[in-house]
Design a protein around this ligand. Structure first.
Ligand code: CP
Length: 308
């Protein structure tokens, strides 16, 4: 997404965004949140193609579109489409580009969103491709950090959990490299952050350290970004069983962490955060999910040329 105009652009990888573009999306989201525009995308159709399960991304894109006057078509199960009869992703996209103005796609295969963008003459937005990227989640994560901490610079962020397969961590770590951040990657040895990302961050002069011990770094964190173990990405189910109950945070964390720490999670959670934390001011994951609406409205309006 390089250049000065967003109109007609695809949103495939956070690597395609400059710092100015990231901040611009956040600024458009802020305006739409404080000044709703119920007719902004009237007459526009979003094709929502979910080849993998989703609650937040699929429904918040649909809600975002409808709240600015647009329509939504699509599917949430590939089994109900002609893919089941053997139709290729390429051919599927070549049809849908005539039925809609913008495509949102989630797929289990890394690169599926990029391929779709090559096939389509309309903007394609990646809603998650395998363990690769989830750029709109990253934008709502940045928006959440900005709203909660009032800044994106001079923060220490800890990522906890399955950093190997967690695509939201991959995208967010790269986005944070545009800002003055320090990062701790906290994971069991077998689920460490892929070395590609560590090397990339070091190249960008971002201080980042790896540990498997949350308690030893909790005092330094402004944000703790927790992720679930990505069961669906494990090639061996027995391997998943080994890590399933590997970590869980609860209120005792607040006794050893920085006052004001914010706990984020892209959700769904499957046991790694004790619900007793939900009522604390530190837990922001539900507010984080709600931020998906203004961020996705901003992205849709920008790529459709309805916001500057
Ligand atoms: N955060 C996120 O991507 O959630 P869903 O899988 O429910 O869309």
């Amino acid at each position: 997404m390089a250049g000065t105009s967003f109109q007609g652009r695809d949103v495939i990888s956070i690597n395609d965004f400059s710092k100015e573009e990231l901040l611009h999306v956040l600024s458009v989201a802020k305006k739409l949140e404080s000044n709703p525009q119920p007719s902004l995308l009237k007459g526009k159709i979003l094709a929502s193609l979910f080849f993998e399960p989703s609650t937040r991304t699929r429904l918040s894109f649909a809600s975002a579109m409808k709240r600015v006057g647009g329509d939504v078509i699509g599917f949430s199960q590939a089994e109900t489409t002609s893919v089941k009869k053997g139709e290729t992703l390429w051919d599927t996209i070549k049809m849908i580009e005539h039925y809609s103005d913008v495509i949102v796609i989630r797929h289990s295969v890394e690169g599926a969103a990029r391929l779709s963008a090559e096939a389509a003459s309309i903007p394609v937005i990646n809603a998650g491709d395998g363990a690769n990227q989830h750029p709109t989640q990253t934008l709502l994560d940045l928006y959440t950090i900005l709203k909660e901490k009032g800044k994106l610079d001079n923060l220490t962020i800890g990522f906890l959990g399955d950093l190997k397969y967690g695509r939201t961590v991959h995208s967010l770590a790269i986005a944070l490299s545009h800002f003055k951040t320090s990062i701790y990657f906290i994971a069991p040895e077998a689920l460490r952050m892929p070395s590609y990302y560590i090397q990339e961050l070091k190249k960008r002069k971002i201080p980042c350290r790896e540990t498997s011990d949350l308690d030893s770094v909790a005092k330094q964190l402004d944000i703790l970004y927790v992720t679930r173990i990505q069961e669906e990405r494990f090639p061996d189910p027995l391997e998943y069983q080994k890590f399933k109950a590997g970590y869980r945070i609860d209120r005792s964390l607040l006794k050893i962490s920085k006052p004001g720490i914010r706990i984020m999670h892209p959700l769904p959670r499957v046991g790694e955060i004790d619900p007793a934390l939900d009522e604390t001011p530190n837990a922001v994951y539900f507010r984080q999910a709600a931020n998906g609406i203004p961020i996705r409205q901003a992205i849709l309006a920008l790529v459709l040329g309805k916001a500057k």
